[in-house]
Write a protein that binds this ligand. Sequence first.
Ligand code: ATP
Ligand code: MG
Length: 625
Amino acid sequence: MEVTAWTSMHGMVNARQERRRISRASLRRIAAFARPHRRGLALFLVLSSVTALLAVASPVLASRVVSAVVDGREASGVVRPALLIAAVAVAEAGLGLLARRLSAALGEGLILDLRTAVFDHVQRMPVAFFTRTRTGALVSRLGNDVIGAQRAFSNTLSGVVGNTVTLLVALAVMLGISWRITLLALLLLPVFVVPARRMGTRMAAMQREAAALNAAMNTQMTERFSAPGATLVKLFGRPADESAEFAARAGRVRDIGIRTAMAQSVFVTALTLVSALALALVYGLGGYHALRGSLDAGSVVALALLLTRLYAPLTALAGARVEVMSALVSFERVFEILDLEPLIAQKPDAVAVPDGPVSVEFDRVSFGYPSADKVSLASLEEVASLDARGGTRVLHEVSFRAEPGRMVALVGSSGAGKSTIAQLLPRLYDTDEGAVRIGGLDVRDLTAESIRDTVGMVTQDGHLFHESVRSNLLLARPDATEEEVWEALRRSRLDDLVAALPDGLDTIVGERGYRLSGGERQRLTIARLLLARQRVVILDEATAHLDSTSEAAVQDALAEALAGRTAVVIAHRLSTVQAADLILVVEDGRIVERGTHAELLAAGGRYEELYRTQFAAGEGAPAAV
Ligand SMILES: Nc1ncnc2c1ncn2[C@@H]1O[C@H](COP(=O)(O)OP(=O)(O)OP(=O)(O)O)[C@@H](O)[C@H]1O
Ligand SMILES: [Mg+2]
C-alpha cells in the first residue's frame, strides 16, 4: 500500500518536472517558428515601444495644463499642451492600428506555418498510424489547438512588449515626481503577482482537459456522423446513449468554460479594485502634500493619470501569464504530433523503380502489424497509455515471384493474410524480416513517388472521397483528358450510369461514395485504376461486389487492362483466378500450396477442396476443368 502511494507520488513529481521541461523546450521551438518572421517582429517591437512612450506623454502634458491654470499663466500655456495632447492621441491611434496590423500578420503567419507543418507531417505518417488514431482527435489538433496557439501568441505579443515599456517609463516618471507616493502605491503590487502565478497553472490544467474533451466530441461527431457510422447507429446503436455521452462531454466543457470565465473575471475585478484603491491613495496623499505646498497640483494629476497607465499594463501582463500557460498547452499538443517520427520514411539516397515491365518478389517475408507505441500517440487514440505488445506474426516466410507481365493469384481463408501481403507491396507497411522487391530492388530503397507511379491497387473496401466522380477519377492521373476518363468508365461498365446522372461526371458521390451502390463504387475504383495505368496492379477482391454478369464484363475489361502488366490478384471466387500464371494458397500467413489451376486441382489439396466446395455451391466454376 505504502509502496503504491510512494510510487504514485513519485510519478506526480516526475510528471511535474517533465511538464516544466516540456514547457522550456516548447518555448525554444516556438522561437524557432517565430524566427522567419524576425523582421516583422523587430518592427513590431519598435512600434509598440513608441506607442508605449506616447501613452506616458499625455499625462505629463496634462499636468502642465493644470500647473498653468493653478499658476494663472497666459492662455498659450494651456493651449499648447492641449494641442500636443491631441497630436499624441492621433499618433497613438495611428501607430496602435499599425502595430495591431503587424501583430495580426505575425500571428496568422504563425498559424499558417504550424498548420502546414502539421498537415505535411501527418501526411507522411504510415497507414498504421491512421488505423490507430481517431480522425476527430487529429482534426481537433489542426483546428482548435492551432488556433489556440495562435490567439495566445498574437495576444501575448501585442500585450507584453507595449505594456512592459509603458510600465517602465510610467514608473520612472512617477518616481521622478514623488518617489514616496509612488512606492506607497506600489505596496499593493504583490496582490497582482502572487495569484497570477497560481492562476496560470490552474488555467492550464483546465485548458488541457477542455482540449481533450473537445477532441473527444470531435471524434464522436466524425465517427457517428459519417454515412456508414450513422447507418450503424440507426441499425444497432442506441441514439439516446450517444446523445447522453455527447451531452456529458459538452456539459463538462461548459463547466470548464464557466469556471475559466469566472476565475478570469474575479482576477480582473480584483486587480481593478486594487488599482482604484491605489488611485484613492494617490489622490489623498498627493492632495494632502499639495495643500501643504510640498507638491504642486499638476504633479498630483500627473501621478494619478500615470497610475492608471501603470496598473493597466500590470493587469494585462498578469493576464498574459495566464494566457501564455494556456497557449503552451496548445503548442505542446501540436508539437506532440510533429515529434512523432514516421515509421516508414524514404531513404535520402532512394532510387526510382527501373523502367519497363517489372517483376514483383517476396523473399522470405515475415511480418506482424506494428504495436501501438511505435506508430501512435495515446492522446490521439484516446487511451491512457499505448499498447506496447508487439503484434502477433501475420505472415511467415512468404516467398514468391511474379515475373514481368505475369499474374499471381492469392486465394485462401478469410484472415489468412492475403490483404496483408498486398499492402506490403506498395510499402504501406515495412516487413520485419525478408524483403519485398519491385523490379529487383528492395521497396525500402525506392522513392515513394516512383512506387506510387508503379503500383496500382484496388482495395477490398474501395474508398471514394466526398467529391465529384471526375475528381475521384483524376486523383489517379490529374492530367487525364475527358476522353480518357470516359474510356476508363466505359471499360469498367460505368459509362451509361454516369451519363444518366443529372450532373454527369460532376455528380458528387457522397460520403465515402455512399450515394453509389456497392458494385458501382467498386467499378469506379476499377475505373480509377484503369486510368492510372500503373505497371504493377493489385486487385484485392476487386469484383466481389458485382453480380455474375457485370463481373464477367468487368473481368474482360480487367483482363484487357492487365495485359502486359504484372498483377497480384486476390479472390475468393476461384473462377476469377483460374487464368493466373501462378496460384498461391495462403493459410495462417503461410503459402501452403502453389501451382497453376490445373496443377493444384491435380494435386488434390486445399485448393482442390476450395474449388469443389464452390463448384458444389454452384458458384461459377465453368466447365473448363
Ligand atoms: N491493421 C491491422 N492491425 C493488426 N492486425 C491486422 C490488421 N489488419 C489485419 N490484421 C490481422 O491480420 C490477419 C490477416 O489479415 P488480412 O487482412 O491479411 O486477411 P485476408 O486474408 O485479406 O482476409 P479476407 O479474405 O477476409 O480479406 C488477420 O488476423 C487480421 O486480424
Ligand atoms: Mg483481405
